[in-house]
Design a protein around this ligand. Structure first.
Ligand SMILES: Cc1ncc(COP(=O)(O)O)c(C=O)c1O
Length: 294
């Protein structure tokens, strides 16, 4: 795995319809996306040469663009094909992808009616978002000072770059205190999600997870709910208040980057890395590698 800066690597990136050398994929400083956060992106992984839930990721990418008023100048099929093209050009079988759509630089100002819409897809080898040691012992989460905004405050269903501003602030604050990540509450004070993953809890053999009504409804989240139900485990999607965490026995995160990652602590609350969490880690691993029916 390369540790070189992301703008200084060998390889190829698909950008605006063609393969370009990695280092040439630059945007100007006067790009609308950089000044006004007008970009949406995806994170998806390939396992053994197959991109897991590619269709769903591309659908979400287009939905996110639509929510930000951007019309993607490619079809979903073209984006799907381009994802495989970048992976095959790099010769990878297991990798992480970053497709991104953004507004260009024809106009500078809040209005960007004339700005062209751009697209790029990069992929690289990226084993696990959290270190293997941290995953085995269970991650330690701080509680973020920032809250997920209300759906009438921001386009919360979009995977939009601008929404990550409070995630970076929360994760930096957590890391500065020695935590792995932070749990964010929402505008109502309910448990929402981590800075780049959804959260689940286990109590008395049942799974509880917040309803994604103001944060990203993760594709991994939906897969894990399905896997749990296949095992006959009841999954309850509902509003969860912070003090309920006292009674939960297990907790874990889900996300494309994080996959299924156990938690050992959230602020003052402690959890064990229990059997339900471990079996879902195992099932998710089998699912993404095609060893379980999709
Ligand atoms: C803020 C946030 N929530 C949830 C998720 C999980 O989404 P998914 O499972 O689709 O990767 C992600 C990761 O993309 C994320 O960044």
């Amino acid at each position: 795995m390369s540790t070189a800066p992301y703008d200084d690597r060998d390889g190829w990136i698909w950008m605006d319809g063609e393969m370009r050398p990695w280092r040439d994929c630059k945007v100007h400083v006067l790009t609308h996306a950089m000044h006004y956060g007008s970009a949406v992106f995806e994170g998806q992984r390939a396992y053994n040469g197959t991109i897991f839930k590619l269709k769903e990721h591309t659908e979400r990418l287009f939905k996110s663009a639509e929510l930000l008023g951007m019309k993607v100048p490619f079809t979903q099929q073209e984006i799907n094909d381009a994802c495989y093209e970048v992976m095959n050009k790099a010769g990878y079988k297991d990798c992480y992808f970053r497709p991104i759509i953004w507004r260009g630089s024809e106009m500078m100002g809040v209005a960007a009616q004339k700005n062209t819409i751009h697209a790029a897809i990069a992929c690289w080898e990226w084993p696990s978002y959290f270190s293997p040691e941290a995953r085995l012992r269970g991650l330690r989460l701080d509680i973020a000072q920032w809250r997920r905004p209300a759906p009438d405050t921001a386009p919360t269903a979009a995977k939009a770059s601008g929404l990550y501003m409070i995630c970076t602030l929360s994760k930096h604050a957590a890391e500065a205190k020695g935590y792995d990540d932070a749990l964010m509450y929402d505008y109502r004070g309910q448990v929402a999600e981590a800075t780049g993953a959804n959260v689940f809890f286990v109590q008395d053999g049942k799974i509880h997870t917040p309803k994604p009504d103001c944060f990203l409804d993760g594709i991994t989240r939906r897969s894990v709910i399905d896997l749990a139900r296949r095992r006959g485990i009841e999954v309850i999607e509902r509003a969860i208040m912070p003090d309920e965490m006292e009674g939960f026995e297990q907790a874990f995160l889900t996300g494309t980057a994080a996959e299924v990652t156990p938690l050992s602590e959230i602020g003052p609350f402690k959890f064990e890395v229990g059997e339900i969490t471990k079996s879902l880690m195992f099932d998710y691993d089998a699912l993404v590698r095609g060893q379980l029916p999709a």
